[in-house]
Design a binder for this molecule. Structure first.
Ligand SMILES: [Zn+2]
Length: 258
């Protein structure tokens, strides 16, 4: 894991060895912190807890951007705090806990499954906590009830599994309109004013220009998918699982009636 790096005052990001998954820490200025998508391996969560202790930061709240296994993890070492997600995300996570546990065990074995996806629904426009304003941007692109977090004070957008430099847009193929949902999600993110840093769920942190570039790259990918055009997206040179997901999306979107 790449250890915690400050990307803006009071906002730190760690990057996992598993698919470059990011963990974001937002300090409240009073010794507490908000943890967004802490992950991924058991050892990395233990390291995160130790690093936070060294920094004098105690988790006071958690946020899961969406109900996929690598975004709903926790460790007893991080303490007992309310862990929030959108109501739709909580419902999906609750219904799919057994599958989430299987996936976690396959790719990051050894987690305490009693702590997996123990989420409280938060139906709000911002996370209610003692730290800097943390606005929620909710949409159904990638997963139901996907909640990105925007910190207007520092200009940091924690985008969840969108705006990645290493992953193509991954659609929620179980939805009635996966492409439409994803486009709506991108539009919501694009409408956020004052983004100076974008933290994707997987990949590297980008600046304002890079945020705009990624939005455009994602829109181009969706256009090619919808229109059956050739793809020139460099992210498709990524790992096999990503190319498989891409092929599945091409098949799905190309199916009559979808
Ligand atoms: Zn995801």
């Amino acid at each position: 894991m790449r250890r915690l790096t400050e990307v803006a005052p009071g906002v730190l990001v760690a990057t996992s060895s598993f698919q470059l998954t990011t963990t974001t820490v937002v300090a409240d200025g009073d010794g507490g912190c908000l943890l967004i998508d802490p992950g991924v391996t058991v050892a990395e969560l233990a390291q995160l807890a130790a690093d936070l202790r060294d920094l004098g930061l105690r988790p006071t709240a958690g946020w899961s951007t969406h109900p996929h296994w690598d975004h709903v993890l926790w460790s007893a070492k991080l303490g007992v705090v309310p862990r929030y997600a959108t109501p739709a995300a909580v419902a999906v996570a609750k219904a799919g806990r057994a599958e989430l546990a299987r996936e976690a065990q396959r790719d990051a074995p050894g987690h305490d499954f009693r702590l997996l996806a123990r989420l409280t629904p938060l139906d709000a426009t911002a996370i209610g906590w003692d730290g800097p304003e943390a606005r929620l941007i909710v949409h159904d692109g990638h997963a139901p009830g996907h909640g990105a977090v925007f910190l207007p004070g520092s200009g940091v957008l924690v985008a969840g599994d969108m705006c990645s430099d290493v992953e193509i847009p991954l659609l929620d193929l179980a939805a009635a309109d996966p492409l439409g949902d994803y486009r709506a999600g991108l539009e919501r993110l694009a409408s956020v004013r004052g983004v100076r840093h974008v933290v994707p769920g997987h990949g590297s942190v980008g600046d304002a220009d890079e945020f705009r570039r990624r939005l455009a790259a994602d829109a181009s990918y969706l256009d090619a998918l919808m229109l059956g055009r050739p793809f020139s997206d460099p992210r498709l040179r990524g790992p096999q699982w990503l190319r498989d997901a891409h092929e599945e999306q091409v098949r799905h979107v190309g199916r009559p009636g979808s």
